[in-house]
Ligand binder design. Structure first.
Ligand code: ADP
Ligand code: MG
Length: 261
């Protein structure tokens, strides 16, 4: 008798030959030209590329805000292609915690209340909401700022509240779009420290960025040029970039032909 197969955990992200075309005919824009990408649980990936390379398009597809023109996309084992608006929204709300460049916090509401917000419609008891929001704020190092309003917090602290709000629903994936784009260098370091900590704690993180210092904190860097992945490298010793060895290149692809743009 053979032992039963161990249950296989699907990758968090599994994109196969995903394309995205905006418009039709002569004015069609090929924003993604066949992107294949697998992200396993616990990975911390930075997606990089120049303006116009397709980062936002890829982020929208990964985040179930838009669907591919062709190709396959499985999020946490769920086939996304073919889902309707409602199912997409449900999948998005359950599995993804979004962090945006502009923190999108509600003014004149405390950090605690902002973080509780995603739980407000879930039928969770008030005491449970408070407990989970506090745990998320603790995870981003803000347990002592729960009663502060956004205007009483630094930019870095505001973004950390936004990260706590993204984590409070226990998503499979933390998806961040230029999370330090609106921050000064001190606040950037502050937020990157939180991502480091979450990465070490085994969170699955995908960060879209065009900043090298943000990518230097990821475990893996994926580079887009003209709608194609041209490089996919894994780093070591991510929490100490200055001491880290040069990134290894296990499966770097050659640059895409043609011009970037
Ligand atoms: P990035 O985020 O890396 O700057 P985008 O994904 O925003 O790149 O854009 C990739 C390409 O697709 C660009 O040429 C852009 O002009 C085009 N594009 C993006 N969104 C749309 C849209 N809604 N309609 C038409 N073209 C678009
Ligand atoms: Mg963009």
């Amino acid at each position: 008798m053979t032992a039963p197969e161990p249950a296989r955990v699907p990758p968090v992200l599994d994109l196969r030959d995903v394309t995205k075309v905006y418009g039709t005919g002569e004015t069609a824009v090929h924003a993604l030209r066949g992107v294949s990408l697998t992200v396993e649980r616990g990975d911390h990936v930075a997606i990089m590329g120049a303006s116009g390379s397709g980062k936002s398009t890829l982020m929208n597809i990964i985040g179930c805000l838009d669907v591919p023109s062709a190709g396959r996309y499985l999020l946490d084992g769920v086939d996304v292609v073919g889902l309707g608006e409602r199912d997409l929204a449900t999948l998005r709300n359950r599995r993804i915690g979004f962090v945006f460049q502009s923190f999108n916090l509600i003014p004149r509401m405390t950090a605690q209340a902002n973080v509780e917000l995603p739980l407000a419609y879930g039928g969770l008891r008030g005491a449970d909401r408070r407990r989970r929001a506090l745990a998320a704020l603790r995870e981003v190092g803000l347990a002592d700022r729960t009663r502060h309003e956004p205007s009483e917090l630094s930019g870095g602290q505001q973004q950390r509240v936004a990260v706590a709000r993204a984590l409070v629903t226990a998503p499979t994936l933390l998806l961040a779009d230029e999370p330090t784009g609106a921050l000064d260098s001190a606040s950037t370091a502050d937020v990157l420290g939180v991502f480091d900590r979450l990465g070490r704690a085994g969170r699955t993180i995908v960060v879209i960025t065009h900043e090298d210092d943000v990518a230097a904190h990821a475990k893996r860097i994926v580079r887009l040029v003209d709608g194609r992945i041209v490089e996919d490298v894994r780093r070591e010793a991510v929490w100490c970039p200055l001491a880290a060895p040069a990134a290894t290149r296990p499966h770097a692809a050659p640059p895409a032909p043609g011009e970037a743009g």
